[in-house]
Design a protein around this ligand. Structure first.
Ligand code: DHB
Ligand code: FE
Length: 283
């Protein structure tokens, strides 16, 4: 059976793409953010996962307001990146893993998650930039196969934190029941607190972010006590992307199954509180 080797949760911001393209990693503005990643890159180089399940939120590239699935799973041979209008370079296509995609889809539907199956899927900055941050030297050939999982955070109603936690648990069970000897890493991208629009544009809530990061170590279901409205109130309109972290952490397993190896928190990158955490699954 497949094995979950660990998980990584990180923020995503389009400006990171420009910083990478411009080689600004040592720049004073960017350094505290990029300095968070080498320990995670080192861990990935040592652990060498075969497949990454990437839980992220599309921002209007693959799905738009006319058709907005709450949960969707990719089932494609590969996933292309396209220009979203941020003016950042696109990255080479990401290879899929059809076998895991269909196993995941079948398992989730069996567990009463009515997901949208995507046999064609474009991936945006929320998928591509974390991949580039984790494997900066990948070039044209990404070292892992991928299965994208999307959670709607663009158009209300959004799924609750509790539902996303359950989705994550179901993803974890599905991966562990996949009849393959693959080593799987779970990646969740989004958050932490940020608001891009309206009267609270620029809003950041460090106290909540740090409490939330701590909860993923000590009590991963902690944030599920809150409604989507509460979480938007605490973290901003786009801070709700932390739903990806909740699902990804739930996929990794319970408190006893997972050890935190590394974390970083830096504010702000563009309008966003940038968080990063690395967890390893213990036997
Ligand atoms: C920013 C953050 C995001 O999560 C996003 O999707 C787009 C922009 C920002 O802070 O600029
Ligand atoms: Fe975003």
């Amino acid at each position: 059976m497949a094995k979950i080797v660990g998980g990584i949760v990180t923020s995503h911001v389009p400006a990171i793409g420009r910083a990478i393209a411009g080689g600004l990693q040592e720049d004073a503005y960017w350094k505290p953010f990029f300095d968070g990643f080498p320990p995670v890159q080192k861990w990935l180089n040592e652990v060498k996962p075969d497949v990454a399940v990437v839980i992220y939120n599309d921002h209007g590239l693959n799905f738009f307001l006319d058709k907005m699935p709450t949960f969707s799973v990719g089932a494609a041979e590969s996933y292309s990146n396209a220009d979203e209008g941020w003016g950042i370079p696109t990255l080479p296509a990401f290879p899929g893993n059809l076998d895991l995609s269909w196993h995941l889809i079948e398992s989730l539907v069996d567990k009463e998650f009515d997901i949208t199956t995507c046999q064609e899927m474009l991936v945006d900055h929320a998928f591509t930039l974390p991949m580039k941050l984790l494997w900066p030297n990948a070039g044209e050939a990404w070292p892992v196969r991928t299965v994208p999982v999307c959670i709607n955070t663009v158009q209300h109603p959004l799924p609750s934190a509790k539902r996303c936690f359950k989705l994550g648990q179901a993803i974890g069970e599905a991966v562990r029941s996949w009849d393959d000897d693959a080593r799987v890493v779970i990646i969740g991208t989004g958050g932490l607190s940020h608001q891009l629009d309206g009267e609270r544009a620029g809003f950041i809530n460090k106290d909540f972010d740090l409490k939330f990061m701590d909860s993923l170590v000590t009590d991963p279901a902690w944030a599920t006590q809150y409604s989507v409205e509460d979480l938007v109130d605490f973290t901003g309109t786009q801070g709700i992307e932390l739903l990806m972290w909740i699902a990804a952490r739930a996929a990794m397993g319970g408190v006893e199954q997972v050890k935190k190896l590394h974390s970083n928190y830096h504010i702000p990158i563009s309008n966003t509180a940038a968080g990063l955490m690395l967890f390893e699954n213990v036997e």
